[in-house]
Ligand binder design. Structure first.
Ligand code: ADP
Ligand code: ADP
Length: 225
């Protein structure tokens, strides 16, 4: 599903954010991407979404080499990738329903499909009764669940999250992680960037640990192979 071969990323200005990174993540896998601030986690996710391009090396997503993907093909790739952000980037001038519907409307789905899929997604995150509310009236954990519903409403094969629990307390964070596990259990490949090691310590998933743009396998146990 995700394959990096000797991928380096150097930003204009000369900083090398990723350095000859290679790894492979099979379909249906769930992993955590860890590392200190500045280690390269966001850059790695941006290369998968083709929000940035590798300076050298190859990034393959679903067998496609996206390092060379023409710009006009990027929307098609992104339709198959759901993304959850720390600050969830919801629109506060419209309802929960309309926030979740947005990716479907952009993709050109008809009215009935939109309604059916939005309600299926809201049901999965336990917010079916909140569809008419403005997300500004919801708690932080509920807002994050709206962000997750929006990320999965297209039924993406791949779900990426960048610090999805960054603003939440430990109990809400654990609930959000359980939601990601539920999507993984129905076959979605899940990659979650987090620096909250205490949250993921007891979870049985492999780690991709970055330090200065390279994978580390600290003490042999870190990769949990
Ligand atoms: P993380 O998500 O692990 O905090 P990032 O991928 O955001 O790490 O950043 C990795 C390195 O690349 C950092 O040193 C950061 O300052 C640098 N960096 C990130 N984005 C840019 C950019 N747009 N321009 C220049 N340097 C950047
Ligand atoms: P439908 O035929 O109604 O479009 P499916 O039969 O393909 O939906 O899927 C059944 C249920 O599983 C739906 O509620 C759908 O939201 C959910 N589902 C399937 N794949 C995914 C996915 N990748 N992410 C989130 N939910 C999914």
């Amino acid at each position: 599903m995700i394959q990096f071969d000797q991928v380096s990323k150097r930003y204009p200005g000369g900083h090398e954010a990723l350095n000859k990174l290679s790894f492979h993540m099979p379909p249906g896998d769930m992993r955590f991407l860890t590392g200190h601030s500045g280690a390269g986690k966001s850059t790695l996710l941006k290369l998968i979404m083709v929000m940035e391009r590798a300076t050298s090396g190859q990034v393959l997503i679903g067998g496609r080499n996206v390092s060379k993907l023409p710009a006009r093909k990027i929307p098609e790739l992104r339709r198959d990738i759901g993304v959850v952000f720390q600050n969830h980037q919801l629109l506060f001038d419209r309802s929960v329903f309309d926030n979740v519907a947005l990716p479907l409307i952009i993709a050109g789905y008809g009215h009935r499909d939109v309604g059916r899929r939005v309600r299926a997604a809201l049901d999965k995150v336990g917010l079916l009764d909140k569809e008419k509310l403005n997300p500004i009236t919801l708690s932080g954990g509920e807002q994050q669940r709206v962000g997750i519903a929006r990320a999965v409403v297209n039924k993406p094969a791949l779900l990426l999250a960048d610090e999805p629990t960054g603003n939440l307390d430990p109990q809400l964070s654990a609930e959000i992680m359980r939601l990601f596990e539920q999507f993984n259990q129905v076959g979605v490949t899940v990659l979650i960037a987090t620096h909250d090691l205490s949250l993921i310590a007891r979870m049985p998933y492999k780690l991709l640990s970055l330090r200065n743009g390279q994978l580390v396998n600290a003490g042999g146990g870190d990769e949990r192979e």
